[in-house]
Design a protein around this ligand. Structure first.
Ligand code: MN
Length: 754
């Protein structure tokens, strides 16, 4: 505590000593990485920062410069970054808070530092308490954007956040809460994704400390009280392992660590258990000092030492050495039965792997610098993550809030490993579908995906993938993303791309609607103005101009009403209030789905060696099993018609010489879009019942389902991919067996498309 009578001069002296002490500690941490000339640069950065912040103090009263120094220390010691990052950390608040400009930085420290500091400055440090959620989300988006630019930006930002969280005691309670929730919302998931497990864990503990101080203190106290008991058990557990590892000549460390407070709390909360039931959770860690080329074998040797002594749970072996996690984590995990019948998790890794576990991404760079050239599988996975992030972020149409929700999906989930036909591995979140995979490979591939072969077996778009699956995407140039795709993709990338395509499509169609409206209004001596558009949106209950234009284009909005609902005053539509009735909101999607799918969605693929190019006639949409014939058309090659096609007679009569006999090769790899119409008694669960029937027929993929209900009677149209006639017949049979369904029939495309 400062002495009350301390003079300003005395105080300055004392603070100067503290500042210098911290600065020297930073230099010591950097020592081995300082190359010639680096020391001068670091010293300059320190001087500039100290000068720039000399009149500012933190909330706690201490000189502000202690904060950038501490951030630089974290960056170097806890994240393992080098000189450039330390300089940037020292200067991270300089541009934002002082007179110093980026040009000044550039002159002094060069392009690279300037870019990083610019990135850091763009992420607003100030938590604006009044900002609404979309402003916050936009801020997060910026954070992620800078991550995609240069990952060091976000690593320094994480260090900044960590130091702020560590020193938040003097802040106002509302700020503490805001910063804490922001931390759990975005920073700790990011730390997790980047493989910074230690930092992630500390951030979460600190967030808990501020959001739920009682819980935090209670668990903390509990851990303290039970420490002795725990240590005793850990020692007992470790003893035989230690002896055997030593006798085998291993150089190693073995120790036990209790779980972090927040993860104990998570367990208590989600599993509804008391502290007494979880307090003894801990993991045993064995860290081997072994050269890189032998580490895999050594880890497995250590594994067998563990299982010689304790019985392993067969389901709980995790080999993240052969296939590291997407964030770079490598280790062997096993759970064994310890003394007293308690399950204990044991983690085995080399020193190198341990550093990666603690420092994540940054450690990889360090090892990369050491070994010239060549990317490890883990690095390319990290690159892949960043590339993917960049792609999502570059999507100009992304709504910040939506984006964030989608993106967060990718941060915390378990991963599965999927192989391309060429054997290239890709990491996807658990529960990812074939369509997610297609989007992961390339957005254009996703947009055109009609199905996939998983381990050489044909599956629908919605097929959920498992680790080890080999996936080949099947596309059609005529395929387009549809609304229902959103219901079965799980990756942020797929979600945001699909939304983007749908919006684009709506916008294109909307252009027609805009033209129609323009004509209509000009007849009335009016034009498209924001005021008029607003009035029309209100009248037709459309949330946006885009929806209005789209509704006009697809015909769900009748413009006839305008004359009855408005009078014209100058260039303005004035609503005739008294007469305004509630218009029923129209549902575009249902209507649109009721329109027949054009030939566009037909699929032709397969790999038969004697491939004949053909098209399925849109007038009768034949599917395998139908009685068909081929017609050699003048411009479009061979077209396949059903024998009972309404055009068949005419074609055969007039162009007999062009008719060829064709037969279906029964090929389960080809599926065809077909339509079914249902009628029945309205029932709340009818949609679920129908989808269940379809999903029970494993190879089927529903394209769309549109249900309409009136006076207790529903009618529905289903578009579904089937392989052949018999499959369609079985499906119709099953649907007609459903309670309440009175009629099931195949939709004859002719009646719909004409
Ligand atoms: Mn800061």
């Amino acid at each position: 505590m400062p002495i009350a009578k301390e003079s300003t001069q005395e105080r300055d002296e004392r603070e100067k000593r503290i500042i210098l002490r911290e600065y020297r500690a930073l230099l010591r941490a950097l020592k081995e990485r300082l190359k010639k000339g680096d020391k001068t640069l670091v010293r300059n950065a320190f001087r500039i920062a100290a000068e720039a912040h000399k009149d500012t103090r933190r909330k706690s009263g201490e000189p502000y410069i202690l904060h950038p120094i501490a951030v630089a220390q974290i960056v170097v010691e806890e994240i393992g970054l080098g000189v450039t990052s330390a300089i940037c950390a020292l200067l991270h608040d300089v541009v934002e808070d002082t007179e110093m400009t980026l040009d000044d930085i550039s002159r002094e420290f060069g392009e690279q530092c300037t870019k990083i500091i610019d990135g850091l400055t763009k992420i607003s440090n100030v938590v604006d308490l009044k900002a609404n959620s979309s402003v916050q989300a936009e801020n997060f988006r910026k954070i992620l954007l800078t991550l995609a630019d240069d990952p060091r930006v976000i690593l320094i930002k994480l260090a900044d956040r960590l130091h702020n969280m560590r020193t938040m005691d003097s802040m106002a309670r509302d700020k503490q809460l805001k910063i804490s929730s922001e931390t759990t919302y975005i920073y700790s998931p990011l730390a997790h994704r980047l493989g910074l497990y230690e930092i992630k864990s500390e951030l979460e503990d600190l967030a808990l400390k501020y959001t739920q101080p009682e819980v935090f203190q209670e668990i903390g106290r509990g851990l303290k009280d039970t420490k002795r008991e725990r240590t005793k058990y850990i020692n007992e557990f470790i003893k035989p392992l230690k002896a055997e590892l030593e006798s085998l000549g291993f150089t190693f460390e073995i120790f036990g660590r209790p779980k972090a407070i927040h993860s104990i709390w998570e367990k208590m909360r989600t599993k509804h258990v008391t502290f007494e039931e979880v307090y003894d959770l801990f993991a045993i860690r064995i860290i081997l000092d072994t050269p890189k080329d032998r580490e895999k074998a050594e880890c497995w040797r250590a594994y067998s030492v563990v299982t010689n002594n304790y019985r392993p749970s067969t389901e709980r072996l995790r080999d993240w050495i052969s296939v590291p996690k997407g964030n770079g984590y490598e280790a062997l995990h096993t759970t064994v039965m310890g003394p007293g019948g308690k399950w204990v998790e044991v983690q085995i890794r080399s020193k190198r792997m341990n550093e990666i576990a603690e420092k994540g991404l940054a450690a990889h760079w360090r090892y990369k610098e050491g070994s010239a050239g060549g990317k490890s599988a883990t690095e390319s996975k990290l690159d892949h993550f960043l590339k993917h992030l960049r792609e999502v972020l570059n999507n100009p149409d992304t709504d910040a809030l939506e984006f964030l929700d989608d993106f967060k999906l990718d941060l915390f989930v378990d991963e599965i490993y999927i192989y391309t036909p060429k054997g290239e591995m890709r990491v996807l979140p658990k529960n990812a579908t074939a369509l997610d995979f297609a989007f992961d490979v390339h957005s254009a591939l996703g947009a055109r995906c009609i199905g996939a072969k998983v381990n050489h077996k044909l599956v629908p778009l919605s097929h959920v993938l498992k680790t080890g699956d080999q996936v080949e995407v099947i596309t059609s140039a005529k395929q387009k993303p549809s609304e229902d795709w959103l219901s079965f993709v799980t990756t942020g990338k797929a979600k945001s791309r699909i939304k983007y395509y749908l919006k684009e499509e709506k916008r294109e169609i909307g252009e027609e609607g805009k033209a129609i409206l323009q004509r209509k209004l000009s007849h009335m001596g009016l034009s498209i103005t924001p005021v008029n558009i607003n009035e029309l949106c209100l009248l037709y209950k459309k949330p946006s101009m885009l929806d209005l234009f789209y509704g006009i284009a697809v015909g769900t909005i009748e413009l006839k009403e305008i004359k009855d609902r408005f009078k014209v005053l100058g260039d303005r539509l004035i609503p005739i209030e008294a007469e305004r009735k509630d218009t029923q909101p129209t549902d575009d999607t249902t209507r649109q789905d009721l329109k027949p799918a054009k030939g566009a969605e037909l699929i032709i693929f397969g790999e038969s060696s004697d491939k004949i190019l053909y098209k399925l006639a849109p007038c009768c949409q034949p599917i395998p099993g139908d009685d068909v014939f081929g017609f050699v058309s003048s411009g479009e090659g061979l077209k396949i018609h059903r024998v009972d096609c309404p055009n068949a007679q005419q074609l055969m009569a007039r162009y007999g010489q062009r008719i060829v006999k064709v037969k279906w090769a029964m090929n389960k790899e080809i599926s065809f879009l077909s339509g079914i119409r249902l009628t029945g008694l309205d029932d709340v669960g009818v949609a679920q019942k129908i989808t269940r029937v379809i999903s029970e027929m494993l190879t089927m993929n529903m394209r769309s389902l549109a249900l309409d209900s009136k006076d207790g009677i529903f009618t529905g149209e289903i578009k579904v991919f089937v392989h052949d006639r018999s499959e369609l017949d079985i499906l119709c049979q099953k649907l007609s067996e459903l309670d309440g369904v009175t009629k099931v029939e195949r939709i004859e495309p002719t009646e719909a498309s004409q």
